[in-house]
Design a protein around this ligand. Structure first.
Ligand SMILES: Cc1cc2nc3c(=O)[nH]c(=O)nc-3n(C[C@H](O)[C@H](O)[C@H](O)COP(=O)(O)OP(=O)(O)OC[C@H]3O[C@@H](n4cnc5c(N)ncnc54)[C@H](O)[C@@H]3O)c2cc1C
Length: 390
């Protein structure tokens, strides 16, 4: 059996970027993906919050990230549909304008508070009466699936192998992982990188490893191309998703994550919408914390709630055709990804937990690949999975 330098498990945006960056470092790479229809990347808005760095590390990565996005289509030789557009973070009437603005003051490029009338000038579809104002900032945007495809094409052009198969287990010999198993075949590698989003957790749990990697179940509505036009990406200024992620990833919840069928928090709904260049729209998003990977979800009820929430702000979206979708979004306890060697097991690496990957993942993948072949990088070392292991 041929032994490659790296097997990368998972072809969401994390695995796609990592596998490409590794072949660029002259590594032989096999990318294996189950082609799940419910990856976080598949239903992502694709927004690039390059303004949102808060410390030296995240500011540097956001800046490098947006510079990379600006030339990524050229580099990969395929369109990511990169553009810059307005992000309007709408403020509901029950929220205080100044207090909301204060929450954004610490970002590298702080969004600016604007009136409801100015927000409606920017986005004519907004309902003036439903908002008290908005925070405005320039945001980047790509088509998430096209960006994955662009990485994949460039990866294959550089000699990377890409197969569709579900990894059912890892090959462990003593304290070393030497490859992966699929239903039809085993594959050998010197390093196995797990970039399988929420599925990274059960893949590692099968080896008896509990990693501090968590997930929410996200529900959205996906529309076909529609006639109306949205100028901006709309999201709530007082978003509840990041607070939810912080709450359910506290160390005291760790035992509950190992127990199936646990609901760790009440669901939240952050009403938002983005239109892609083909005219289709994603309307989001309900986030639920359920420890089971495939819980039974109330699709009809969720769709009605999503439609009601977005119609209040963007009335034209009330009756657009569209279908309910479900996917999972992974995250870690401190907002940074979990990357690099899994302590105590040779040959096993993580590359997951990117809750908002489009801002920082591109430079992280590039620097990680260089670090993995021997280049020193203190920034990558702050994100190593080892920070959560004793
Ligand atoms: C509604 C919504 C809006 C979002 N908006 C934004 C946004 O604006 N900006 C932003 O940066 N982020 C956003 N996100 C988050 C984000 O885009 C995703 O969570 C992210 O793309 C995760 O990428 P990933 O590669 O880590 O995981 P995933 O995309 O989940 O990919 C995991 C991959 O692993 C594969 N896999 C799983 N198990 C196996 C197995 N056993 N064998 C082989 N392959 C396997 C799957 O097929 C899949 O392709 C949003 C998410 C949602 C749901």
């Amino acid at each position: 059996m041929q032994t490659v330098d790296w097997i990368v498990v998972g072809n969401g945006i994390a695995g796609a970027a990592l596998s490409y960056e590794l072949v660029k470092q002259q590594q032989s790479v096999l990318l294996i993906d189950a082609a799940s229809s419910d990856s976080g990347t598949r239903y992502s808005y694709g927004g690039i919050a390059y303004w949102s760095g808060t410390d030296e590390t995240t500011k540097a990565l956001c800046q490098a990230g947006i510079e990379r996005h600006r030339q990524l289509s050229d580099e990969l030789g395929a369109e990511t549909e990169f553009r810059e557009l307005d992000l309007l973070l709408t403020i509901a009437p029950e929220h205080d304008l100044e207090q909301t603005a204060q929450q954004y003051a610490h970002y590298a490029i702080p969004p600016q508070l604007i009136s409801a009338a100015e927000a409606c000038d920017r986005e004519p579809q907004l309902n003036r009466d439903a908002i008290a104002g908005a925070m405005l900032v320039k945001h980047g945007h790509v088509h998430p699936v096209k960006t994955v495809e662009a990485y994949n094409q460039a990866f294959r052009r550089l000699g990377g192998q890409h197969i569709v198969a579900s990894v059912s287990g890892l090959v462990r010999v003593g304290e070393q992982v030497t490859g992966v198993i699929t239903p039809t075949q085993a594959y050998a590698a010197r390093q196995v990188a797990i970039a399988a989003g929420a599925y990274s957790r059960p893949l590692l749990a099968a080896l008896g490893l509990q990693v501090p990697l968590y997930y929410t179940h996200a529900e959205i509505i996906e529309t076909p191309p529609v006639e109306l036009t949205l100028q901006s990406l709309i999201m709530p200024a007082n978003s509840q998703r990041f607070e939810l992620e912080a709450k359910v990833s506290q160390p005291e919840k760790a035992a509950l994550w190992q127990t199936p069928n646990q609901v760790l928090a009440a669901p939240i709904l952050d009403a938002g919408a983005i239109q892609f260049l083909d005219g289709s729209i994603r309307i989001g998003q309900i986030s639920r914390v359920h420890t089971t990977l495939d819980p039974s979800l109330p699709a009809a009820e969720s769709e009605a709630a999503l439609r009601a929430a977005i119609a209040a702000q963007l009335p034209a979206l009330a009756a657009v055709p569209g279908s309910w979708r479900h996917c999972r979004v992974t995250f870690s306890r401190d907002g940074l990804p979990l990357i690099g060697p899994v302590p105590g097991i040779e040959g096993l690496q993580l590359f997951s937990g990117f809750t908002s990957p489009f801002a920082m993942l591109m430079p992280v993948a590039e620097r990680f690949a260089r670090w993995a072949v021997g280049a020193a990088d203190p920034l990558i070392e702050t994100m190593l999975a080892a920070r959560f292991f004793d």
